[in-house]
Design a protein around this ligand. Sequence first.
Ligand SMILES: [Zn+2]
Length: 217
Amino acid sequence: MAIQPSLDLAGLIEGYRRFRQTGWAERRERWAALRQGQEPRVMVIACADSRTDPAMVFDADPGEIFVVRNIAAMVPPFETNPGLHGVSAALEFAVQALHVREIVIMGHGMCGGCKAALTQELRGAERGHGGFIADWISMLDDVRDPIAAELGTTGREAEQAMEHAAVKASLANLRTFPNVRALEAEGKLRLRGAYFAISEGVLHLLDEETGEFAPVA
Ligand SMILES: [Zn+2]
């Protein structure tokens, strides 16, 4: 089946006009209330992939979820070295300022970032030519190696194992943030792993006791 060509900005402007007619006009009061501020209860960390938009998957309204998206839906470990820690800054804001009650890591099927982590095809690439991606996904190296040893580096079984492992790695990294770990221990913050299977449109939730992902009923 051919992939439909995607929209350029001119096409997206048509969508914006529909939004002004419906999404915005019909919810004018909601938007007015949101001027006062935001109080989302959930933070979602998802992949930048164009097929896995949390607002669409969760049918969420503006103000309902605080979202960070990046390559492979990753959370880096807590690091104190100087640097531009975008995910950590967003996490800090969600936890300290917004007091979100849940953080959901949402991985997905057919993830290019996870695939590259598995094949390591970008290893050694120059920055600007794959090197930034290689650096970013190198945080999956430890979980990647046993998967590559057992299942190889190609094929959906290995790729899905990598996609699932990436969600678990991000949950583990979340728990390296002292404030996140403390709030979770106090029962004030819940961490969840999720996985969106694109072609079926089915969301799976991780059971951390069993390590298994199961479809949401
Ligand atoms: Zn992805």
